[in-house]
Design a protein around this ligand. Structure first.
Ligand code: AMP
Length: 302
């Protein structure tokens, strides 16, 4: 395992791999790796000849100073986990390597309109500018590669896809399914900050998604009613403060008049000291009527 801390060193290392014909896979993370991150590395290792994991707690994407200060960090553990899952390079730059002059404001940043402005973008101003900026920089350093992201952060995936297309970055963005605990809670680095009562309450997010999906499955096609049902599950759980619960078009993240085609259910809530997000995908076929499942209606869940 090579641990690289300089931006040029990282860029040179991946250039050298490509020069001998190896396909490069990149897994951007903020560290505190868990089985969700490892699933991305394993997939990258199966599809590429060399896998680099980046570990960088990006200050630009935090809208709250205490969230940044409390973000878990464990580089030694990350290096071990990345190696076990099949990576051979870890890029762990100090902040000044990515943002010379930090904390002076970064003059050049990336803003992705529309898909980056709603939901998380509305609740956490500047968050996706930080995400898009750091991912653009990492992709630019890495060069031609396949870059792996989790559907756990579905809106982030949409933002990164749009950014990569609009900026003609030489990368393929690859989406990987969400890894969950046995009770349904999506794995997240922030989960370590949940005490036992909060950990029990946090399962409300995946339960809310299950309730929303079940409603669509029996024929509900009104996004407002599906959202309200999910919100009710969150509201009913002590210790959970809902932020949003929506059923949207999976491509645009906009709310359609009627749920049809690729749909995404997304929820966000604060549980104890932590803000959590989760989502699930549905494919709705036979979407022409509300409240009336027909023989041709079908719902697939991903
Ligand atoms: P983070 O370190 O939280 O920025 O996440 C780094 C990458 O891992 C992102 O692409 C996330 O979507 C992905 N990821 C985080 N948690 C999970 C999970 N439970 N399942 C799958 N991917 C995940």
């Amino acid at each position: 395992m090579r641990v690289i801390t300089s931006a040029h060193g990282f860029s040179d290392a991946l250039e050298a791999e490509r020069a001998v014909g190896r396909r490069v896979g990149l897994v951007p993370t903020m560290g505190a790796l868990h089985a969700g991150h490892r699933s991305l590395v394993t997939r990258a290792a199966a599809e590429c000849d060399v896998v680099a994991v980046t570990v960088f707690v990006n200050p630009l994407q935090f809208d709250k100073a205490d969230d940044l200060a409390r973000y878990p960090r464990d580089l030694d553990g990350d290096v071990l986990q990345a190696a076990e899952a099949g990576a051979t390079i870890v890029f762990a730059p100090p902040v000044h390597e990515m943002y010379p002059g930090f904390p002076a404001p970064v003059a050049t940043s990336v803003h992705v309109e529309a898909v980056g402005d709603v939901l998380e973008g509305a609740s956490r101003p500047g968050h996706f500018d930080g995400v898009a900026t750091v991912v653009a920089k990492l992709c630019s350093l890495a060069g031609r590669s396949r870059v792996y992201f989790g559907e756990k952060d579905f809106q982030q995936l949409a933002v990164v896809r749009r950014m990569a297309t609009d900026l003609s970055l030489p990368v393929d963005i690859v989406a990987c399914p969400t890894v969950r605990e046995d009770d349904g809670l999506a794995l997240s680095s922030r989960n370590v900050r949940l005490g036992p009562p909060d950990r029990a309450a946090a399962v409300a997010l995946s339960r809310a998604l299950d309730a929303g999906a079940a409603l669509v499955e029996v024929g509900q096609r009104d996004p407002a009613l599906v959202g309200a049902a999910m919100e009710a599950v969150l509201q009913a759980t002590d210790g959970v403060s809902p932020d949003y619960a929506v059923a949207v078009d999976a491509a645009t993240l906009a709310s359609p008049a009627v749920l049809a085609g690729a749909v995404r259910l997304l929820v966000a809530a604060t549980v104890g000291p932590v803000r959590l997000i989760d989502n699930v995908g549905l494919v709705v076929v036979g979407a022409d009527e509300l409240h009336s499942p027909t023989a041709t209606s079908a719902v697939g869940v991903s």
